[in-house]
Design a protein around this ligand. Structure first.
Ligand code: HEM
Length: 409
């Protein structure tokens, strides 16, 4: 029996994901069958299965070759899980060149290092203001009380959303990203489709309309008034781009910050290093991104028959890139499961290069650095105050509760 046949496991099984990504199973796959087949996804009406790519070098090969591995037929294991694939394909994350490149170039204007850097003081004051609210409290939930309000205000200020709308935007986005986890979204997929998504679109359209009439200097205004080769963006292109940024901005940085904080609370010696050497915080950010990538996967679809990692992939097959696995690939990292704030690793949390590399990487890094700096300075002896819990999802790799005691007893 070949090793491939011997490795009979369904990596999509929800039971494996109840406490975060199944690292043991990924280790087995990397060792025995690094490009592995799951034949079908029974919990989604026997949807077609997929190939799992688990090693860093193979994920990089796929990410760089957009001609062979397309993003235009769905970007998650299950094509139509919450957001139908035709809506995904209207966002540039779900497009191939040349359409993808044309739109991304435009959005990149709002995300140049200079433009991001200009926001440092603002992000720091947003963070301080949120931490100030905890002055009279002994305990809090780091997600609800710190991470969510900070990331929502940061992306809200980029997009030009008034602060009083942050919470409702965050709830809408969480219910989409946390689909399938009853704590974040108890609703059925049809309700999400019929209620949540139209609400999101109505809000986007209203904001776009307002910026058309009264330009400001926020990103929504940049998008409404930008021209590529003499052409303005179409309304639906702006709406879908706006939606993509809100979803990415509300969620991923929150996920990485809270996972980083949990790791620091569980490894007091690593936290001590950061307290004594705050200059290590940027390295700790990279280590948190490596160990706890906010998205467990993105997907491509093969446009031709191709061999990857010794497996024969057929045209039309789904190819899933598992970042929690590649970021712990033992051919790349020594002692990959060890959280080491001084490691300063390269990683694939933002993707592995290529056309779809994360647009918001510089913003996310800046937010994460500031969040860690300010939290550690304000609450150097924070401690866990109960059991943290994880969102049950093969896509969103994040905690949903992180109860802490803010000061020593
Ligand atoms: C810790 C935070 C973040 C992580 C881990 C993350 C991760 C990722 C990943 C894995 C991809 C797909 C890469 C690929 O398919 O090759 C991606 C794409 C993207 N991200 Fe992020 N992201 C983060 C924060 C952000 C933020 C703050 C924004 C914007 C506000 C953002 C906007 C985007 C966009 C627009 C894309 C699509 C890029 C494209 O298709 O060309 N991300 N991100």
């Amino acid at each position: 029996m070949s090793e491939t046949e011997a490795l009979d496991l369904n990596i999509h099984d929800r039971l494996l994901w109840s406490d975060g990504p199944p690292h043991e199973e990924f280790r087995e796959m990397r060792a025995r069958c690094p490009v592995h087949r799951t034949d079908s996804i029974p919990e989604f009406g026997d949807e077609d299965g997929f190939w799992s790519v688990t090693r860093a070098a193979d994920i990089r090969e796929v990410s760089l070759d957009w001609r062979t591995y397309s993003s235009a037929s769905g970007i998650t294991t299950v094509s139509d899980s919450v957001i139908p694939v035709d809506l995904i394909s209207a966002m540039f994350i779900g497009m191939d060149p040349p359409r993808h490149d044309r739109l991304k170039a435009l959005f990149q204007r709002g995300f140049t290092p200079k433009r991001i850097g200009e926001h440092e003081d603002e992000i720091r004051s947003i963070t301080r203001e949120v931490l100030d609210r905890l002055a009279a409290r002994d305990r809090c939930d780091l997600i609800a009380d710190v991470a969510q309000p900070v990331v929502s205000r940061v992306i809200g200020s980029f997009m030009g959303i008034p602060p009083e709308d942050d919470e409702s935007w965050a709830n809408l986005m969480n219910s989409l990203v946390g689909f399938g986890d009853p704590d974040l979204n108890p609703k059925a997929p049809e309700t999400v489709m019929q209620e949540e998504i139209p609400q999101i679109f109505e809000r986007c359209s209203a904001l776009i309309e307002a910026r058309r009439e009264h330009p400001t200097d926020d990103l929504t205004s940049v998008l409404v008034h930008a021209e590529v080769d003499g052409e303005r963006l179409e309304e639906h292109e702006i709406v879908m781009g706006f939606f993509l940024l809100m979803a990415a901005g509300n969620d991923s940085t929150k996920a990485t910050y809270t996972s980083a904080m949990l790791a620091l609370l569980e490894h007091p010696e690593e936290r001590q290093k950061l307290l004594e050497h705050p200059e290590l915080i940027p390295s700790a950010v990279e280590e948190a991104l490596r160990m706890f990538p906010a998205f467990s996967h993105f997907r491509r679809t093969a446009t031709r028959d191709v061999v990857l990692g010794g497996q024969e992939i057929k045209e039309g097959d789904k190819v899933v890139l598992w970042y929690p696995s590649s970021n712990r690939d033992e051919t790349v990292y020594e002692d990959p499961d060890r959280f080491d704030v001084a490691r300063d690793p390269e990683h694939q949390a933002f993707g592995a290069g290529g056309r779809h590399f994360c647009l918001g990487a510089a913003l996310a890094r800046l937010e994460l650095r500031i969040l860690l700096e300010e939290t550690l300075e304000r609450f150097p002896d924070m401690a866990l105050d109960g059991e943290p819990s994880h969102v049950v999802s093969q896509f969103a790799n994040q905690l949903k509760k992180l109860p802490v005691r803010l000061r020593s007893a």
